[in-house]
Design a protein around this ligand. Structure first.
Ligand code: GUN
Length: 298
C-alpha cells in the first residue's frame, strides 16, 4: 500500500483560511488581534521561528511585535517586560520563545504571562484546564497534530497511540489531549521516554506513532507496525555541506525507510512544523475574541 503523505501545508492553509473571517469580525468591532513575541538571545533556530511567526501575523492582518533582548538579560528585566505586555491592550497574546538562556527561569516567566494571554498554552493553569477538559489554549504543536489527524479523517478513538518524548511543550500535552473523552481523541495512550529501556517494544504496537524526541532518525522501519500512521514532530538541524546553509532539517523518523511500511506519514519539513504556527494564529484570534467579549460584558 502506498503511504499517504500528510501535508502540513494543506492543513495549515485551511486553518489560516478559516481565521480570515474571524479576524475581519474582530476588526469590525474595532479590535485588531495582536501578538507580542519575545526572543532572548540569538539562537539561530529560535530566530527563524520568531520570524516565521511574525510573517504569519503579517499575512493575516494580525498586529505583531517582536521584542529582541540580549542573551545576558536578567530575570527582573524579562519579568518586567512580561508585566508590561500583560497590561498592553494592543496584545491579546504574549509569547516568550523557548528555550531561554540557561541563567533564566523558564517556568517563572511562563507563570508570569496572564493565562488569558498565554497563546502558547504553557501556563500551569492552562495545562491544568487541558487535563480536566476545560476551555483553554492548547499548546500549538500538539494542537496541530490533533488538527492534522482530524483534517485527514484519521480515527483515534479506541486506537493505541504511542508518544515518544515527554517535553512540557509537546510530549506531555500530546498525551493528555489524546486520552480525553472527546471527538478526535479517546485513544489508549502509551508514553515512551529516555527512561524506557526498549522503546521498540511499544512503538511496534502503535496504531498511531507520534514522535517528539529530538533525536534525528531514531525511528527505523523495524520499530513501526505495518499500516501504522506516523506523525514526526522532530525538527533537527543536521550538518550537510551540500546545502548553502550548511545544514538540512530532518525529523526523528527515518522517513525514506519508514514510509513504505506506513499507511500515512508526515514529512519533515512540510509536516507538523507548519501546523505549529497556524495553531498559534488560531490561539491569538481566540484570545482576541475572548478579550473582546469580556470587555463587552463588563
Ligand atoms: N520553542 C519550541 N516550540 C515553542 C513554542 O511552541 N512556543 C514557544 N514559546 N517556544 C517554543
Amino acid at each position: 500500500m502506498e503511504a499517504k503523505i500528510l501535508s502540513g501545508k494543506e492543513v495549515a492553509d485551511s486553518v489560516l483560511e478559516g481565521l480570515k473571517g474571524r479576524i475581519a469580525r474582530c476588526k469590525e468591532q474595532g479590535v485588531t488581534p495582536g501578538l507580542a513575541v519575545v526572543l532572548v538571545g540569538d539562537d539561530p533556530a529560535s530566530q527563524v521561528y520568531v520570524r516565521n511567526k511574525s510573517l504569519a501575523c503579517e499575512s493575516l492582518g494580525i498586529l505583531s511585535e517582536t521584542i529582541l533582548l540580549p542573551a545576558d538579560t536578567d530575570q527582573e528585566t524579562l519579568n518586567a517586560l512580561v508585566d508590561a505586555l500583560n497590561t498592553d491592550t494592543r496584545f491579546h497574546g504574549v509569547l516568550v520563545q523557548m528555550p531561554l538562556p540557561k541563567h533564566l527561569n523558564e517556568l517563572e516567566v511562563i507563570r508570569r504571562i496572564l493565562p488569558e494571554k498565554d497563546v502558547d498554552g504553557f501556563h500551569p493553569e492552562n495545562i491544568g484546564r487541558l487535563i480536566i477538559g476545560e476551555n483553554t489554549f492548547l499548546p500549538c504543536t500538539p494542537a496541530g497534530v490533533m488538527e492534522m489527524l482530524r483534517y485527514y479523517n484519521i480515527e483515534t478513538s479506541g486506537k493505541h497511540v504511542v508518544v515518544v518524548g515527554r517535553s512540557n511543550i509537546v510530549g506531555k500535552p500530546m498525551v493528555n489531549l489524546m486520552y480525553q473523552r472527546l471527538p478526535g481523541a479517546n485513544a489508549t495512550v502509551t508514553v515512551c521516554h529516555t527512561g524506557t529501556p526498549d522503546i521498540r517494544a511499544f512503538t511496534e504496537k502503535a496504531d498511531i506513532l507520534i514522535v517528539a524526541a529530538g533525536v534525528p532518525g531514531m525511528i527505523g522501519e523495524d520499530m513501526v507496525k505495518e499500516g501504522a500512521i506516523v506523525i514526526d514532530v522532530g525538527v533537527n538541524r543536521v550538518e550537510d555541506p551540500a546545502r548553502k546553509k550548511g545544514f538540512r532539517l530532518t525529523g526523528d523518523v527515518d522517513f525514506e525507510k519508514v514510509k513504505g511500511k506506513t499507511s500515512a506519514i508526515t514529512p519533515v519539513p512540510g509536516g507538523v512544523g507548519l501546523m505549529t504556527i497556524a495553531m498559534l494564529m488560531q490561539n491569538t484570534v481566540k484570545a482576541a475574541e475572548e478579550q473582546l467579549n469580556r470587555k463587552k460584558w463588563q
